[in-house]
Design a protein around this ligand. Structure first.
Ligand code: GRF
Length: 211
């Protein structure tokens, strides 16, 4: 059973999907705890409703990023998870934190990286006039949204698309994409080596598996 800690900051729909799949026995993971950096993140309620231990480490209570990350690091080290899953966690993580959990942190980002790093990705995709958009799951490094990509989803952009409609489409794709990648971890099929990401001992292309 893959021991995981899920880090959130918001609504937690991706978290809910993981909880549901875990409960249905479809995903062989144990969510040891859900940690939020915001006290009112709705995802905390989802975790509580599922009987999962929760913790809030409110970043606004810390004067500096280092102190916030030290508290987060200590809390996670105590749990000894196999995998740290970022799902709507909205804080930049510095090298100090990331290096404490080498190859053990993944994130889902709402764009086809390396396109549209950072915030407001749906607006950016529409402004750029690209034909397709999607989401990426990647290993987290101290390079923001720049870690090695594991897999990506693709959604088409219609002529009448709005940022809201596009966000909804991408999120639906995330609910398939993230569990699939986490399943690969649980099955010990994924690894990160010097020269890239490997699935079943095959090196993946830079943009990861296309799902
Ligand atoms: C997702 O769209 C994800 O791509 C981004 O944050 C959002 C989290 O949504 N990193 P939710 O909290 O899981 O609903």
């Amino acid at each position: 059973m893959l021991k995981t800690v899920v880090l959130i900051g918001g609504s937690g729909t991706n978290l809910q999907r993981l909880i549901d799949l875990e409960n249905e026995g479809e995903l062989k993971i144990e969510i040891q705890a859900v940690i939020s950096h915001r006290p009112h993140a709705y995802g905390l309620e989802r975790a509580k409703a599922a009987g999962i231990p929760t913790l809030c480490i409110d970043h606004t209570c810390f004067a500096a990023r280092e102190a916030f990350e030290a508290a987060l690091k200590d809390a996670i080290l105590e749990m000894k998870p196999d995998l740290i899953i970022l799902a709507g966690f909205m804080r930049i993580l510095s090298a100090n934190f990331v290096n404490a959990f080498t190859n053990q942190i993944i994130n889902i980002h709402p764009s086809r990286l390396p396109l549209f790093k950072g915030l407001n990705t749906h607006e950016a995709a529409l402004a750029a006039g690209v034909a397709v958009h999607g989401a990426s799951v990647h290993f987290v490094t101290s390079d923001l949204d720049g870690g090695p990509i594991i897999a990506q989803s693709t959604v088409s952009i219609s002529p009448t698309e709005t940022p809201e409609s596009l966000k909804a489409k991408v999120q639906v794709s995330e609910y398939e994409l993230y569990p699939q990648v986490i399943q690969w971890f649980a099955q010990k099929r994924l690894s990160l080596k010097q020269d890239g990401v490997y699935l079943d001992n095959q090196r993946l292309p830079q943009e990861g598996v296309q799902l």
